[in-house]
Design a binder for this molecule. Structure first.
Ligand code: NAD
Ligand code: ZN
Ligand code: ZN
Length: 344
C-alpha cells in the first residue's frame, strides 16, 4: 500500500484487542503550534500494547494510531511561531503536549499536567507514515544518528533516565533494575553511565545475558532464585535504589524487599493489577516508594545528550509497519530482546 496525497498508511486500533489493522487514514493538517512529520522510524513500546488492549483505567478512544517513539522529518508547519523548521528531524513522545500554565507545568512537573495529551494514546502516534507533533513539546533529534536506533530513547531511554534521577541513588551505590526488556536494558546502560553499581533481575536468561553485556555486575533469574534474598546478600543489606520496569506485579512487591534501609524504589512498569505491600518493612526501613511517568522536555534533552555522546546503545531489531502485530505477540510472550523499531 502506498499513501496517496491526502491519505497515509497506519496501524490502527479499531477496537481494544491485540490486532491492529493496517489501512489508509486521512492525512491531518497541522494546526496552531503543530507540525506534520514524515516518519523515518518508530520504536514499539510495551505501552503501545497496553494501549491497544485497553489495559489501563484511563483508556484511549478507538480508532487511534499508537506509537510514541517516532522519529521523522518536519514536512509542513501549521500557523504560529515555531522552534523547528521544515527539514528538521524531530521525535514525538508520550508527553505530546501539556497546558504550560497549571501548578504542575509551572513547577517543572509537566508530565503530571491534567491537560496533557499523550502520543499514540490521546493523539494519533507514530505507527504510520505521518504524524503530527506539537512543536513546543517535540524532541529535537541529534544530527547524524540512525533513526531506528535513537527512537527507543524517546520513551524507553527518557523514562528510565528520569526514574534513575528520581531514585536519588549516587555514583558507587547499588541500583537494581527489575525487568530487562526495552526499558530495562537501556536502564542498565544509563545507570552504568551515571556511575551506579548495577544489578539486573528478570525471568528470562537471554535478558540477563543482555544486562551483563550492558554492564550489570550481578544478575538474578527470579524464576530460579529468590531475587530478594540474592540482592540483599550481594549488596550486604539491600540496594540503595530499585527501578521496576517489569510487566508483572510480583516484581513490585519484591522491589520493597530488595531495598536497603533508607532506599528509594521507583515504579515505572504498568502491568494491570495490584500487589501486597508490607507496611512494617516500609516504615521500619524508612523506604521511599514513588511512581515516575516518562520525563519532561528537559529530561528528554539530557537523555538524548547521553545518547549523542555515545554512552547509550539500544539493542534494536528492525521491522516494518506490517510486522507490528507479530511484534505485539512477541512482547506479550516476553520474547523481545531489547527493542523493536519500525523503519519506514
Ligand atoms: P518489555 O516487554 O520490553 O519488557 C518487560 C520485561 O519485564 C521483560 O524483559 C520481561 O521478561 C520482564 N518481566 C516480566 N515479568 C517479570 C518479573 N516477574 N520479574 C522481573 N522481570 C519480569 O516492556 P517495556 O517496553 O520495557 O515496558 C515495560 C513496562 O513499562 C510496561 O508496562 C510499559 O507500559 C511501562 N512503561 C512505563 C513508562 C512510564 O513512564 N512509567 C514508560 C514506558 C513504559
Ligand atoms: Zn513507551
Ligand atoms: Zn499543565
Amino acid at each position: 500500500m502506498t499513501a496517496t496525497v491526502d491519505q497515509y498508511t497506519a496501524a490502527v486500533v479499531e477496537k481494544f484487542g491485540p490486532e491492529l489493522t493496517i489501512r489508509q487514514i486521512d492525512l491531518p493538517e497541522p494546526g496552531r503550534n503543530q507540525a506534520l512529520v514524515k516518519l523515518h522510524a518508530s520504536g514499539i513500546c510495551h505501552t503501545d500494547l497496553h494501549a491497544a488492549e485497553g489495559d489501563w483505567p484511563v483508556k484511549p478512544s478507538p480508532p487511534f494510531v499508537p506509537g510514541h517513539e517516532g522519529v521523522g522529518e518536519v514536512v509542513k508547519l501549521g500557523p504560529g511561531e515555531h522552534d523547528v523548521e521544515v527539514g528538521d528531524i524531530v521525535g514525538n513522545a508520550w508527553l505530546w503536549s501539556a497546558c504550560g500554565k497549571c501548578e504542575y507545568c509551572r513547577t517543572g512537573r509537566e508530565t503530571l499536567c491534567n491537560e496533557a495529551q499523550y502520543g499514540g494514546y490521546t493523539v494519533n502516534g507514530s505507527f504510520g507514515e505521518y504524524m503530527l507533533v506539537d512543536t513546543r513539546y517535540c524532541a529535537l533529534i541529534p544530527d547524524g544518528v540512525d533513526p531506528v536506533e535513537v527512537a527507543p530513547i524517546l520513551c524507553a531511554g527518557l523514562t528510565v533516565y528520569k526514574g534513575l534521577k528520581m531514585s536519588d541513588t549516587k555514583p558507587g551505590q547499588f541500583m537494581v533494575i527489575s525487568g530487562v526488556g526495552g526499558l530495562g536494558h537501556i536502564a542498565v546502560q544509563y545507570a552504568v553511565a551515571m556511575g551506579m553499581r548495577v544489578i539486573a533481575v528478570d525471568i528470562a536468561e537471554d535478558k540477563l545475558e543482555l544486562a551483563r553485556k550492558n554492564g550489570a555486575e550481578f544478575t538474578v533469574n527470579a524464576t530460579e532464585t529468590d531475587p530478594v534474598a540474592a540482592v540483599v546478600e550481594y549488596t550486604n543489606g539491600g540496594a540503595h535504589g530499585v527501578e521496576v520496569t517489569a510487566v508483572h506485579p510480583d516484581a513490585f512487591g519484591q522491589a520493597i524487599g530488595m531495598a536497603r534501609k533508607g532506599g528509594t524504589i521507583v515504579f515505572i512498569g504498568l502491568p494491570p493489577g495490584d500487589f501486597p505491600a508490607p507496611i512494617f518493612d516500609i516504615v521500619f526501613k524508612g523506604l521511599t516508594i514513588r511512581g515516575s511517568l516518562v520525563g519532561t522536555r528537559q529530561d528528554m534533552i539530557e537523555a538524548l545528550d547521553f545518547y549523542a555522546r555515545g554512552n547509550i546503545h539500544p539493542a534494536v531489531r528492525e521491522c516494518s509497519l506490517e510486522d507490528v502485530n507479530e511484534v505485539f505477540e512477541d512482547l506479550r510472550r516476553g520474547r523481545v530482546e531489547g527493542r523493536v523499531s519500525i523503519r519506514y
